[in-house]
Structures are given as structure tokens and as C-alpha cells.
Write a protein that binds this ligand. Structure first.
Ligand code: CA
Ligand code: CA
Length: 266
């Protein structure tokens, strides 16, 4: 029993060391980098670290290595004011004229090492670059994004905003037909009502009756042969009737006188 107790105590301290150290190492990421800045690369290249731990993390004397194993030691000369990364925060490491360590524009692999360690805490590899745009992880601390990013040194990473679609000019409302208005269709022309065929007017036809004055070739009363006489005219009809009566009566009287004279001669 006396030999077992020191073994448990040893295991306890080993576990305590791993719990205290390992999570901190795993929670700092190379989050974003600017390999091709607008201007002098030697002075303006920068690299962003992101702390996913729930306690502040100091990266003083940590080492960055590029693909050519050129080293850059992180100290106060490479940061703005402090080497401590706040909780869920970012820290910008500046090249600031370092002569050997660089972020290549064509491709590179950057590794982060804790002091006096041989295993990198994090590795970030990329291929290609665009001037003025960064490479990084999306979301923060996540997978390496294959496309360029909108540079966000010291802030949360974000994609390049997609261009807004062009607004097509609105058509001139005065020239476009209003969809709410129905186009006035030409009103159907009323069907031409069939023109009633002229009813045969009641035309009075009379025989050619001519009353001649003695030795006057022109008739004093009568109608032209075959000329229709419209009874609807009224007045001529009455006059004609009267004249016919008078003429008839005159003929009867004349006939009667002739008969009487002939009968007396017998
Ligand atoms: Ca560069
Ligand atoms: Ca960022």
C-alpha cells in the first residue's frame, strides 16, 4: 500500500500538468495573415493570432517559422502594445522590417511554436495571394479558407462582400402601359342593322283617263301613263276622286240625253 500511494500521486500531478498545459496550446491559432500588402511587403506584412481559450494567453517569446525555416520571435517589437491575447481576442504580429522571415506571395507554410518546443502549436498553409487581400480561417479559429478575405486585422474574419447587383434603370412610367389599367379595346361597332328593304308602297294605279277640252290637245286633267300615283300624298287623291265623279256623272248624263233623243225620234 505504501508503494502504491506515490504512484497515484505521480499520476495525479502528470494529469494536472496535461490539463493545465495542453488545452492552452491547442487554443491559439494562426487566424489570418497578409502576405501581399499594398506597399512594401517587408514592412507591412502582418499575421493575426486568435485565442480560443477562456483565459488570456501570453505569446511572448513564441516563435513563427516560414516554409524556409526563417524565424521571427514574438516580442514587444512585433506587437502594438502587449503580447497577451485577450479571451476570444486577436493579436497582430507585424513583420516590421524583419529581413529573413516573410510571408511569400505565391505559397507558404507558417508555423507557431511555444518557447523551447519542437512541435508546432498551429500551422497555416496557403497558395497564392492577391494584393491588399488576406488569407485566413472561417470562422475564427476554424478551417483555412481557400479564397481571399477582406482584411480584418484585430477583428473577426469575414468574407469579401459580394458585389451588389446593378440596379437596372426603371422604365419611364409615362411610356409604359399601366398594368392596372386595361387597354381600352375598341368598342364593337354596332352591327349594321339590316336596312329594311323598301316595302312596295301602296301605289295607286289608275287607268289613263284624259279629259280634253274642246279643241285642246293638252289634257286638263289626268295622269301620265304608267306613272305611279302615291296615295299617301292625300290631297291629289281627293281632287282626282272629285274630278272622276264629275266626269263620270257628266258621261252618264250625256249618255242619257243621247238615249232620250234617239228614243223620241222613233
Ligand atoms: Ca509577401
Ligand atoms: Ca481578423
Amino acid at each position: 500500500m505504501k508503494t502504491i500511494r506515490p504512484v497515484f500521486i505521480g499520476i495525479f500531478f502528470i494529469l494536472l500538468f496535461l490539463i493545465r498545459i495542453q488545452p492552452a496550446f491547442a487554443q491559439v491559432k494562426i487566424n489570418e495573415l497578409m502576405p501581399n500588402p499594398e506597399g512594401e511587403d517587408k514592412d507591412l506584412e502582418w499575421l493575426e493570432l486568435f485565442n480560443q481559450e477562456n483565459v488570456p494567453f501570453d505569446v511572448n517569446n513564441f516563435i513563427l517559422k516560414d516554409a524556409d525555416s526563417h524565424q521571427l520571435t514574438i516580442d514587444l517589437s512585433r506587437v502594438e502594445s502587449s503580447t497577451i491575447i485577450p479571451v476570444s481576442g486577436w493579436l497582430i504580429i507585424k513583420r516590421s522590417g524583419h529581413s529573413t522571415f516573410s510571408l511569400n506571395n505565391d505559397f507558404d507554410t507558417i508555423s507557431l511554436f511555444a518557447p523551447e518546443t519542437s512541435e508546432p502549436m498551429d500551422i497555416f498553409s496557403y497558395t497564392g495571394s492577391t494584393e491588399g487581400l488576406s488569407r485566413g480561417r472561417l470562422p475564427n479559429g476554424g478551417g483555412i479558407n481557400e479564397d481571399n478575405l477582406d482584411p480584418t486585422p484585430g477583428f473577426s474574419n469575414q468574407s469579401i462582400p459580394s458585389p451588389s447587383p446593378e440596379v437596372s434603370p426603371s422604365p419611364n412610367p409615362s411610356s409604359s402601359p399601366n398594368s392596372n389599367q386595361t387597354i381600352a379595346s375598341p368598342s364593337p361597332s354596332p352591327l349594321a342593322s339590316p336596312t329594311p328593304s323598301p316595302q312596295p308602297s301602296k301605289i295607286a294605279r289608275i287607268k289613263d283617263i284624259v279629259l280634253l277640252a274642246p279643241e285642246t290637245p293638252e289634257p286638263i286633267l289626268g295622269t301620265q301613263s304608267g306613272q305611279p300615283f302615291d296615295s299617301a300624298q292625300g290631297k291629289p287623291d281627293w281632287q282626282l276622286a272629285i274630278m272622276l265623279l264629275i266626269t263620270g256623272a257628266g258621261l252618264l248624263l250625256l249618255t242619257a240625253i243621247i238615249i232620250v233623243k234617239l228614243w223620241r225620234k222613233k
